[in-house]
Design a protein around this ligand. Structure first.
Ligand code: SF4
Length: 272
């Protein structure tokens, strides 16, 4: 797959093994620019060992890891064998999950599969979390089936042009909703789970937050949706038309209103 890359829905067909220039900047190596234990994720993940792989196919204007995370060769080049052993040690010391993020971890599918295979040879199943923008191809999800314990999806944008304007991504809604349904099917078969995060962005309550919450209620009503109101205008958001500020109380209240309306309509459905 790396010889004609279709790991993400850009499907650019670049030969990553030959060092051709990919839009995401990635070759076949995996580098990690940061690793640490976190106590600040969803409670069911904690303590979680955060593993940041370099390189991303998105350019979200407000990215808190930018621009470091876009560099595919920042930090340390990793080898699957030693990293698998590191993960095993961390789990022995009490980490409940290994949280693969970036950048975008699914662009390192080959490395993730090698790590899981290395551990499996010693009879160890690693508690892997795929903390992803969910813009991968279905082929990637198929190969990760049974390998990932928790799919942690960042569902950021609504149906309109926000994904293209803010993150430089086409066909966002179509791809991410398709992948969420696919991952849920895989999770149901394999005893895995799906967690979805949505970052509430200033100026994007009606166009992004409401459609995301409504879609989740209609299509994945049992999945955990974590709406985060901790937005800060990082990286290029400073000076951006609507993203260059914090959330207002009114925006938070409107987002709560969306959740309340969906909760009421779901309990009415349950009564019917
Ligand atoms: S992961 Fe990178 S090289 Fe592969 S299809 Fe996406 S943009 Fe192209």
């Amino acid at each position: 797959m790396l010889g004609s890359c279709e790991l993400c829905e850009r499907r650019c067909g670049i030969n990553r093994l030959a060092g051709e220039r990919a839009p995401c900047g990635l070759g076949s190596e995996t580098w990690s620019f940061k690793r640490h234990v976190s106590f600040a994720e969803e409670i069911e993940l904690l303590p979680s060992y955060m593993v940041y792989f370099g390189g991303c196919n998105f350019r979200c204007a407000f990215c808190v890891q930018a621009p470091v995370c876009f560099d595919p060769r920042r930090g340390e080049r990793i080898e699957p064998g030693p990293l698998a052993r590191e993960f095993e040690r961390i789990v022995e010391h009490g980490a409940r999950t290994i949280n693969l993020l970036g950048g975008e971890p699914s662009l390192h599918l080959h490395t993730i599969l090698d790590i899981a295979a290395e551990a499996a040879e010693r009879g160890v199943r690693l508690p892997l979390v795929l903390n992803s923008n969910f813009y991968m191809t279905p082929e990637v999800l198929e190969l990760l089936e049974g390998v990932v314990d928790i799919y942690l999806a960042d569902f950021k944008f609504g149906r309109g042009a926000c994904a293209t304007r803010v993150a430089g991504v086409e066909r966002y809604w179509e791809v991410v909703t398709r992948n969420l349904l696919l991952a849920s099917e895989h999770a149901a078969k394999n005893g895995a789970s799906v967690l979805v995060r949505h970052l509430l962005m200033p100026g994007h309550v009606d166009c992004c937050h409401a459609p995301v919450a409504e879609w989740m209620a209609a299509n994945l009503p049992k999945a955990h949706l974590h709406v985060m109101d901790s937005y800060v205008p990082a990286w290029r958001a400073c000076g951006h038309e609507e993203l260059g500020r914090l959330l207002t109380d009114d925006e938070r209240a409107r987002a709560r209103g969306v959740a309340a309306a969906l909760t009421v309509s779901r309990s009415q459905e349950a009564c019917v």
